[in-house]
Write a protein that binds this ligand. Sequence first.
Ligand code: AMP
Length: 262
Amino acid sequence: MLRSWDKHVSKKYTSRIAESSATDDGICIARDCWGVLLNMLSIILLGSPGSGRSTLGRILSRRWDIPLICTGDLLRSAAEKIGPVAKAIRHTIDGGNLVSDEIVNHLLASELGRPDCADGFVLDGFPRTAAQAQFLSDVLPRIGASDPMVLQLNVSPEIAVERIQSRVQCVGCGRAYNSKLWPSGHPGYCDDDGMPLVKRTDDVERSIATSLRRYAETAASVIAHYRNANYHVLDAGSAPGTLLETVEGVVAQQQAFRFALA
Ligand code: AMP
């Protein structure tokens, strides 16, 4: 017997299939089915700078058609504005340090309030401190979000540094490329929107060292916060396609379990 929420979901599911079928878009159907069957898929990506969070985040966001919320990108945009707060954020980012919990929590809360987050979202770069993790745990039930799936990307500091050093980012959409491992098909320009690729201002030796040190200082407390969560450790050295397959496997397993209980 379907519970009322599941009935709502199954109705939404059927109508979305009808909509998608009309466009004859097989990929679109597959994506919609996942999003709806899952009710809401909230994913938190943890991992050091250079662990590939943003690359995986983009893949997962496309796969389940849910928005990617990257606090690094949000803060870089905020840093481009004029005024003392923007200046302080710019200074903090360029030094490889962490922006205050108060500012980041505020930015995140307004993003989570977006209507397109109703079916789920992927968080990249948040939480980075225990206080942020607690803030998120307090906010999620208030927006009706399911318990998040937490994915920790593990990578050695050596590989992380190497990746950051050869990282370039699109000035338009923020997509990151590795000029050695996965370069753009159009040298110097983004494959997605054709905008120029640039090095991030914080991808310099001293800031990289500081940001890795900050990660090492705070990671344990964030991980401890998710001690009893739906938590999965991934080998960030794996190819993005392999990581996606792993996450798909976990999601499918959880869906099967949920439907068995329904
Ligand atoms: P990222 O793009 O995730 O590498 O983040 C770039 C920079 O943005 C970090 O080095 C921090 O200065 C800042 N930042 C991003 N997310 C957070 C966060 N959750 N808390 C504090 N600072 C952050």
